[in-house]
Design a protein around this ligand. Structure first.
Ligand code: ADP
Ligand code: MG
Length: 420
């Protein structure tokens, strides 16, 4: 009976100046020369709109103050050498020449995959590089350490190889494509683009309303919405449950396929069309019922109900937050979680318990965030309440024999940028 009293681990973001010094030093120690520059990209947390991206729906991420820093120098050959302050600091080496999808083992697939994807996209001038990484984004917590890595790499390569995309929103979309391909095709980790868009396009004190309809162009697809927690006396607590990851890739693919099958049965190109039709009907409740009645399978009905109602909740959340209606914003967090638990079935006990404890300790609302099957929860709490609520969750986890969680405070931060 000692673990119950452990102080919860609270992750502070790295100070940018110190991180730049640290990553430059790691680069020099590893490769024996100063880097050409240092860039950084943030992790992200999605406020609401889960499992909507691949349904051409809406989601609402913010960038975290927690970032991955990359020190990089271009090379004249096609070799990629990488080192990270995480793990054993061994150098991983790859060659871009003749590289095939899934051709890199381990974490090197992410940065090497970005260069590979840019070359595949026709930027033959992109050559090899040496890079060092220092990060404070929790890895594997659903806060997109992977996108922080691929997006920081993409921005660095854009800069040193003069691609000219990093300076505009439309240009960044090209880099997002490369970051996504790196994850999907080289690392073999399915991603719908939310993470990379957030890391590349978010702004401080803003949430990014991302419209994932494929027919939209880059500029139309993103809208900056006000998200100033401090102005409302609020804090957004993030708790990484550290729940052991289950076989979530198969589950993700399965849900994705079921949504596509449902769209085919409903004779629409994606479930966003269904969601929009329902929202525009005079009686959305009845329209949803009729849609679900047209589906043959009870599980499919539940999945579609989540997607349709979740897209509506994103719109409602944006409205509620703009009006300063914290109670309604919290209610929507709760409704989102409950839908993900009951209808989409992507929660695990750690996520449900963390959400439950946060609600019981005064959160306006709490929900799992990210794909589920582990990962993190977010809770909207009064300023100053983040740590006590996180502690209450940690205590309950210890009591239940779960892994110790770790927590951080999310403030809407700036997207990928050059540091030095
Ligand atoms: P998440 O993106 O939610 O953190 P993922 O499973 O998508 O989780 O990505 C985590 C993987 O990304 C790690 O297993 C590792 O391969 C890679 N990664 C991310 N950040 C780093 C880092 N700083 N150093 C080394 N590898 C990293
Ligand atoms: Mg990831």
């Amino acid at each position: 009976m000692t673990s119950d009293n452990r102080t919860v681990q609270y992750l502070e973001p790295l100070n940018a100046k110190e991180a730049v010094g640290k990553v430059a030093e790691l680069f020099v120690d590893t490769f024996g020369a100063a880097p050409k520059g240092v860039w950084s990209a943030p992790g992200r947390v999605n406020l609401i709109g889960e499992h909507t991206d691949y349904n051409a729906g809406l989601c609402l991420p913010i960038a975290l103050p927690h970032r991955t820093f990359i020190a990089l120098s271009p090379r004249k050959d096609t070799v990629v050498r990488l080192v990270s302050d995480m793990g054993d600091k061994a150098v991983t080496t790859t060659d871009l020449e003749d590289l095939k999808p899934l051709g890199v083992k381990g974490w090197g697939a992410y940065p090497a995959g970005v260069a590979w994807a840019l070359r595949e996209a026709g930027f033959a001038g992109v050559q090899g590089f040496d890079a060092a990484f220092v990060s404070c984004v929790p890895v594997g917590g659903g806060l997109s350490s992977s996108a922080a890595m691929t997006c920081s790499t993409a921005l660095a390569l854009d800069d040193v190889y003069d691609l000219g995309f990093g300076g505009t929103d439309a240009g960044r979309v090209r880099l997002i494509d490369a970051a996504m391909r790196a994850e999907n095709d080289m690392a073999g980790a399915s991603t719908g683009g939310l993470d990379q868009n957030a890391s590349m396009r978010c702004q401080a004190n803003r949430a990014l309303l991302l419209d994932c309809r494929p027919e939209l162009d880059a500029v139309q697809s993103a809208k900056q919405e006000p998200f100033n927690l401090g102005a409302l006396g609020l804090e957004l607590l993030v708790v990484d449950t550290q729940a052991p990851h289950q076989l979530n890739d198969g589950q993700y693919a399965e849900r994705r396929k079921m949504c596509e099958d449902a769209a085919r049965i409903l004779k629409v190109k994606n479930l966003r069309v269904t969601a929009d039709e329902i929202a525009a009907s005079p009686d959305p409740f009845q329209a949803l019922k009729e849609t679900l009645d047209a589906l043959p399978d009870p599980t499919m009905k539940k999945r579609v109900r989540h997607v349709v109602t979740e897209i509506a909740r994103v719109r409602s959340f944006v409205r509620a937050f703009a009006a300063g209606d914290v109670t309604e914003a919290g209610r929507l967090f709760n409704a989102s979680h409950d839908s993900l638990a009951a209808d989409y079935e992507v929660t695990v006990p750690e996520l449900d318990v963390a959400v439950d404890v946060a609600r019981k300790h005064g959160a306006y609302g709490a929900r799992m965030t990210g794909g589920g099957f582990g990962g993190s929860i977010i809770a909207l709490v009064d300023k100053g309440q983040g740590r006590p609520v996180a502690q209450a969750i940690a205590d309950q986890f210890a009591h239940r024999g779960f892994h110790a969680p770790r927590a951080l405070a999310a403030v809407a931060s700036d997207s990928a940028h050059k540091e030095a």
